[in-house]
Design a protein around this ligand. Structure first.
Ligand SMILES: Nc1ncnc2c1ncn2[C@@H]1O[C@H](COP(=O)(O)OP(=O)(O)OP(=O)(O)O)[C@@H](O)[C@H]1O
Ligand SMILES: [Mg+2]
Length: 336
């Protein structure tokens, strides 16, 4: 196993120029800070979950980490190679070794191509095998994702949602990526089908040592699938650590609130269910201090001013909150 993370970002920021109504109704050019100084490491062979409410910047971070979205600050290192001044061949290597899968598999497949044609095309473009071996590799990939080779003559519209997501995964695997960013890839599927796709991803992780950045809303799936989890709030990672540690001892009130909102939470746990109040502030007008203070029932004066709190902790489980450890314990056991 290599000693460095497969993918690492340090203080990565992404902002979008937007125009919107300002004072007196005048339209102003503004900067929307979608990702703010995010640092995250993805170890080879691991599954890292990225969670947070809609608009917290998960997809933007996922794309920026693969250099599919330009960043305005920070650095990205893939497999030990820093990509700040990446040459075209560095980017080509990144494209060869990383892939993305999305929520709607139908939109990632060409409706006029059979699955066989779609996968064979990727094999050809990326020169993954000789022309003679292509057909058998297509069969192999379809089988690996739980579809038999018979599916190669089918069109996307002839497939169910789950089968289509399997086909999209087979196509993504055709380039033999070392890392896949899965952006809400099970969100649109029925619950039973979600479980099948999650099982498939776990199987692939074991069989081919796939590394996965798994972006999701559904925390119970993340708990099942991921080794580590990072929680985003308004463009920042507010907590990151081993999945079990984050779920059983959330240190940030935002994480505790998300966990308390999981419907089938362990009945042993006594999380207050009123932690998450109201809506997040606009990313165009971030509040001073901790961006979560406007919704946090533990917020105090120090949380409302200055810079956003930096991540702290034991290096393995980190959180960006000014609460002391003893106070944070109350998040998991408010009766204390
Ligand atoms: N191309 C864009 N131009 C302007 N703003 C954008 C663009 N893409 C994303 N944003 C904004 O950046 C912020 C983060 O968006 P992003 O899609 O990354 O969030 P997300 O966590 O993936 O949300 P969801 O869970 O809904 O998918 C949001 O405020 C969004 O409106
Ligand atoms: Mg998204």
């Amino acid at each position: 196993m290599s000693s460095h993370p497969l993918l690492e970002v340090e203080r990565l920021s992404v902002s979008f120029p937007v125009t919107g109504p300002g004072l007196k109704g005048l339209f102003l050019k503004q900067k929307l800070h979608a990702v703010n100084a995010v640092s995250l490491q993805v170890e080879p062979g691991s599954v890292v979950g990225l969670v947070g409410e809609s608009g917290s910047g998960k997809s933007t971070l996922g794309r920026a980490m693969l250099k599919l979205e330009p960043s305005c600050a920070g650095s990205i290192t893939f497999d030990g190679l820093q990509l700040d001044n990446a040459t075209q061949s560095d980017i080509a290597r990144l494209r060869q070794q990383t892939a993305m899968i999305f929520q709607d598999p139908y939109s990632s497949l060409n409706p006029r191509q059979t699955l066989g044609e779609a996968i064979a095309e990727v094999l050809k473009v990326h020169r993954k095998c000789s022309a003679e071996k292509r057909a058998s590799r297509v069969d192999e990939l379809l089988t690996l994702t739980g579809l038999s080779g018979d599916y190669k003559s089918r069109y996307p519209k002839q497939l169910s949602g789950g089968q289509c997501q399997r086909a999209a995964i087979a196509r993504a695997l055709a380039i033999e990526p070392r890392l896949i960013v899965a952006d809400e890839c099970v969100a649109a599927l029925d619950v039973s089908i979600q479980a099948q796709i999650v099982n498939l991803l776990l199987e692939l992780q074991r069989k081919i040592n796939l590394t996965l950045l798994f972006i999701a809303h559904d925390l119970s799936i993340v708990r099942r699938l991921c080794d580590r989890v990072a929680v985003m709030y308004l463009g920042r990672i507010v907590e990151e650590g081993p999945t079990e540690s984050v779920f059983s001892h959330p240190r940030h009130p935002y994480t505790a609130a998300l966990i308390s909102a999981i419907p089938d939470i362990d009945p042993e746990r006594r999380l207050p269910d009123t932690l998450l109040r109201g809506e997040p502030p606009s990313p165009l007008d971030l509040p001073d201090g901790c961006a979560f203070h406007t919704r946090c029932c533990f917020a105090r004066e120090a949380c409302r001013k200055g810079e956003a709190p930096e991540l702290r902790g034991d290096g393995n489980h980190q959180y960006a909150c000014l609460l002391e450890a003893g106070e944070a314990e109350r998040l998991t056991d408010p009766m204390r």
